[in-house]
Design a protein around this ligand. Sequence first.
Ligand code: FAD
Length: 614
Amino acid sequence: MGLLSGRKTVYVDSDVLVIGGGMAGCGATYEARYWGRDLNIVCVEKANIERSGAVAQGLYAINCYMGMQWDENQPEDHVRYARNDLMGLVREDLGYDIARHVDSSVHKFEEWGLPIMKDPETGQYMREGKWQIMIHGESYKPIVAEAARKAATKVYNRIMVTHLLMDKTKANRVAGAVGFNVRTGDFYVFRAPAVIVAAGGASHIYKPRAVGEGMGRTWYAPWSSASAYALPILAGAKMTQMENRIVLTRFKDGYGPVGAYFLHLKTYTENCNGEEYESTWYENTKELVGDYIDRHPVPTCLRNHAILEEIKAGRGPIRMVTKEAFQDPHKETIGWENFLGMTIGQAVVWASQNIDPKHTNPELTTSEPYVMGSHATCSGAWASGPEDYAPAEYQWGYNRMMTVDGLFGAGDTIGGTAHKFSSGSFAEGRIAAKAAVNYVKDLGKERPQVSEAEYQNLKKVVFQPMENYEVGRNEIVAGTVSPSYLLPIHGLQRLEKIMDEYVGGISSHYMTNEPLLTRGLELLGMLKEDLDHLGAEDLHQLQRAWELQHRVLASESVTHHTMFRTETRWPGYYYRGDHMKLDDKDWHCFTLSQYDRESGEWAMEKAPVYHIVD
Ligand SMILES: Cc1cc2nc3c(=O)[nH]c(=O)nc-3n(C[C@H](O)[C@H](O)[C@H](O)COP(=O)(O)OP(=O)(O)OC[C@H]3O[C@@H](n4cnc5c(N)ncnc54)[C@H](O)[C@@H]3O)c2cc1C
């Protein structure tokens, strides 16, 4: 029996299709129902929204809360903060839009049952830092998911979306998406006039520090597989700031977060000799980036830079001084709870390595790079801004609509807006959904048309790796190496090696240059050719195969952007060895790319940065 005969195709029609049921997707689903009472709202998720996405394990803090009810911060303050941390380059219109709406989302979380820690005297939310509030967040995701479940017409769990569908009657307009059920193998055709991509960021495009059996232990969730970028890229949407990958300083081997330690426990770092080292690198950093080093707070990448330079100077490891703070039983409890609520793995690693932070100062390390749009960096799609606030050049349609009609995004998907975190991603999902509902209503009875030929062809393409395996496995004589197909894990390791060695990963201390990038692109091109021969032995491996496809496309985008920006804007995230200095004269701008899926070519351009907030 042929691979496709007997494979069921399920058709799902909706008005608003939300791809990815993480924080942004849940926010979008919830809000779409509010504005579109009579609309058909569908959310499709490759895992189960109950525990999916980067917040799956829970969180200990909500990192984006203004506190306007207590006059703690105003949205403009958050724009200034994010702009400073990103060395001047953020979409201030989008950031302001999130900041002015984020508090109300947090209030909803509390109403739905999320326990937020409060100061017993003032009743105000307990702060971990200027923007962070502390929560008992083990069940953060199920609480948020419940709201989305109740709002959706239907949530389709366990369906991996592989491609977007385009309208056959109008160029550059989205018409839906296709994917497959990772449990049953059914093929799904989702038809919808408005599609909101909220599929998270990208881990595992660079070789992780943990390899072999430990390779799943990355900081960013291993299931964040770049669909948020690959889906719009393939549909021709413009992307921005894809070179702005993130590198995080974290506790070694478990990637346990350091925020609560710095901000709440007031711990600090030192080199192997017990010395403060950041001031050692002040002049060096000033030479590279000018007065950005004098800003407060010091931009995150520059703090990484000092660590990296100190280690290269032979004075590693860098340690977090916990021994003092942990003498205080309250702080000791907070220190452990911080991990138990969201990174249990770090506590396990310390137990296994005989590290009791009360007696041993634990080592820190810098992570491999990740690509994301909601944490401290802002890679993602180029989106239209809010009607009342965005400069004319940033407005070509509905709020959060990409450069493809009907295609919206939120959370890690949307570029230019760092520091939105879990709450800001949820709020941005709500903003995108409100606009998407308006878009659908404005269309009236008109609907995009899906081409049967397009989705029938995609059905073949999607299941081809299983066909390749079925045929090719007869040629294997031993082990897993086949002359006629490539397993997803082998492709992934090849991708990670290319990105690591040529595009500024850990093994080169995040250094790259034009010749390296050029070679990296050649090798990525060869890898792309070989992806036609991916082999998948089952549906799980088929999912891995498509995750790899998405990662490769996003990696190509990262490499082109890194090549285009001929400066080192964020030392500590990556370095262009051939352009080591920040160059505000030529590069105080956004980088934009657009992929042509027919020719496989990338077009690059600059876009201006508008400073709206003083
Ligand atoms: C380690 C870590 C710690 C963090 N700590 C904090 C913190 O302390 N406080 C805070 O406020 N924020 C924190 N964040 C940030 C926060 O988790 C993110 O900002 C937020 O989850 C981004 O929302 P999102 O919806 O864009 O992505 P996610 O929440 O990751 O959701 C993406 C969803 O898309 C699904 N998906 C992906 N691809 C597909 C596909 N092809 N088809 C169908 N579904 C797909 C995924 O399964 C997932 O459910 C942290 C993030 C990480 C990684």
